[in-house]
Each structure stands twice: as structure tokens, then as C-alpha cells.
Design a protein around this ligand. Sequence first.
Ligand code: RFL
Ligand code: PHB
Length: 393
Amino acid sequence: METLRTQVLIVGAGPSGLMLGQLLHKAGIDNLIVERQNGDYVLGRIRAGVLEQTTVDLLDEAGVGARMHAEGLLHGGFELAFEGQRHRIDLQALTAGKAVMVYGQTEVTRDLMEARAAAGLQTLYEANDVSLQGFDGDTPSARFKLAGKEIEVRCDFIAGCDGYHGVSRASVPEGAIQSFEKVYPFGWLGLLSDTPPVSHELIYGRHERGFTLCSMRSQTRSRYYLQVPLTDHVGDWSDARFWDELRRRLDPETAAQLVTGPSLEKSIAPLRSFVAEPMRFGRLFLAGDAAHIVPPTGAKGLNLAASDVYYLWQALSEHYRERSRAGIEHYSARCLSRIWKAERFSWWFTSLMHNFNNEPAIDAKLHRSELEYLISSPAAQTVMAENYVGLPW
Ligand code: RFL
Ligand code: PHB
């Protein structure tokens, strides 16, 4: 067995792991990433599209912001659509000038991967059977197989950035962790196409046939989502069926603007609210989707991953710089305070905009009334805008 040594071992080369690796490197802290998949697979997952200002700032801090600023689209508002009408939520006016950045997770990941390679930092891709040991004591380590070879990595800390299905959370003894979970009775069918977006801002739509989201990756690339039953498969949805269904759920004016084309990607994602507490077990930290999931309606998942990474980077920097344990001790509570607020917002926005099967008639009436209140009340819109642009760290 080959033995390697690093200060921080990061499990998972998604956005959380790559962001953390870059920030630790800038702080002079040695790190190694182990990833189960290959790099192309990680880049092939089409996910988030909306970055909060604080996430943009963190990517700048990590030294990977240049292409994002050149190619990303700043959005000062979005639209809510229901009953054939669109209503703008003016984020900038409601939050004293804040906006969000539309820049795909794929691009964030690519920028981070390139920066990591340029800095000569090591990522071990296609690592199999990763197992974690000793994190409850002073000598944590990980073992895995790489091209048939057994490898052990000894480290000071392990950062579990390996997503919802990763090994890190699963390595924690059952009695030490508590999970809170809600699974929604529908999924999102996403379609990516090289067609101009139907509108210059995002449109979140409530419709009796189900929720729709019109989003984008650039002026020439669109991303659309449809609420679908959990029993549906991607194979059930030809491109033509997708576009027909989307058109039916849009107001006539928007539907008339829709430009369709062949899909580059189509996938169905289930919707879930999930939090695991606490987020630190001795020398093992969980960050990003490894510790929590939000339904995508509020665009919070990647942004929460960024705030976890920020707190962890601060905690580890303090430890190595000042031998202080304060950041490490407070890591979990700091993260969870922000996470629960984003969980609340994502659950609320999801409940408001989706069609729940067998929903009692009164619930549908209450949702409609809430939407009407929202579009008529600057106070209610301010609450929504403050959450959408992102709560402070
Ligand atoms: P990831 O991206 O899942 O990466 C985890 C990595 O760990 C690897 N891994 C392992 N490696 C080694 N050993 C093991 N045993 C391993 N097990 C797993 C995996 O291969 C993977 O590479 O988690 P991370 O880095 O925490 O990032 C989280 C984000 O990906 C996620 O929160 C967002 O995509 C959520 N999300 C959105 N977030 C936003 O902020 N704004 C959005 O607009 C937004 N839209 C979305 C979304 C997620 C979606 N889906 C499909 C879930 C839209 C959708 C449709
Ligand atoms: C996306 O563009 O993928 C996207 C945008 C906003 C969301 C969720 C996903 O709320």
C-alpha cells in the first residue's frame, strides 16, 4: 500500500471540494482531492445556474472570477407568472442594488478545475471504495483504490465534499448524526438547448398543469424546467413533447416568443429538503450537498455550498495561522444557521409555485391568495428579494 500525506484531504471534486481546495491553497494549506468519477463526468452534470453576490465574491477570492465576470449575466430581477400574467420582482430596487449572476455550475467547475491544474494541485480521479478512518481522534486517514492500487492518505483534517450520496456522511456513527428530510411528490425535467432564452430574465411560473422555469446559460443557450410526476422517465419526453408542454404552461405572449431547438441534455431531478446535523465530527467536516439539500426553486444549493466552504476555509486558516480552535468549534452552528434560513425559503417558494396532486381546494386558493398578496405588497416582495439575492454570511 502506498501512503501519502497532506494537511487537508478533500473527498469530492464537485464545486464544494474544488472551491475549498483553491482557497486553502491560497492560504498556504496543502490539500489533496479524491474523486470517484472522472473529470468529464463531473463537468457533464448540468445543475445550478444562479450565483449570489457572496458566491461571486468567494470565487473572486479563490482567483477564478475572470471568465465569470466576462461571460456571466447580471440579473437585477426575475418574473413570477401565474394565471396568464407576469409580475416582475425588482431585486435591485428591493435590496438596495443587489443582483444575482447567471453563470452555470459547469462553468464554475471548469474554471476551478483549470485553476487547480495550473497551480499543480493534485486531484485523484476515479478513486474507488473510499473509506475514512480515525477522524474522531488525532490521526484521520482515508483509504481507496486507484487503478487497482491501494492508497492511504494521512492528514490533519478531512473535508467531506462528496454530495448527497457520498461516503463522508455515511461514515459517521448513526447515533452521532440527526437527519431531517422531506421528499416532494414531483420532480423537475430539465432541458438545455442552444436557443435564445425566451426572456432576458428568469420566469418562475405556476400553472394548473405544473410549475415551469425559464432560465438560461447565455444569450444563446437556454435552460427550461417542467414539473413532472416522479413516475416519469426522461425517455417518455421527446423534445417535441417537452416544447409543447412548456408552451401550454406559458402565458400567450411568452409562448409566442419561445424559440425551440434540439436538446443538448435532458434529465429529471427529484426534489428534496434535507439537513444533517451537526456538520463536524471531530476532524471530519461535511460541506455542501453532503450535509444538506434544498429543492432547486430558490437556486440556493450551490450558494449554500459556497457559504459552508467559506466558514471551513476561515476555520482551517485560523487553525493553521493562529492555532485557534474557535472557527472549528463554531463551524457547524455557523453553517446551520444560514442553511436553515435557505431551507425555509426554498421550501416556501417550492410550495407556492408547484401543483400538489390531490391538493385540497383550499390550499390552492391559499397559494393563489399568497401570490396575489406578494405581487401587491412591497413588504412581501422585499422579504422574497432579500432571500433570493442571498442572506449575509
Ligand atoms: P456535488 O456537486 O454533488 O459534488 C460531489 C462530488 O463528490 C463525488 N463523490 C465522491 N468522491 C469520492 N468518493 C466518494 N465516495 C464519492 N461520492 C461522491 C461526486 O462524484 C461529486 O463529484 O456536491 P457539492 O460540491 O456540494 O455541490 C453542490 C451543488 O452541486 C448543488 O447544491 C447544486 O447543483 C444545486 N442546484 C442549484 N444550486 C444553486 O445554487 N443554484 C441553482 O440554480 C441550482 N439549480 C441545482 C439546480 C441542482 C439541481 N439538481 C440536478 C440536483 C438545479 C438542479 C436541477
Ligand atoms: C438553472 O438555470 O438551472 C436554475 C435557475 C434558477 C433556479 C434553479 C435552476 O431556481
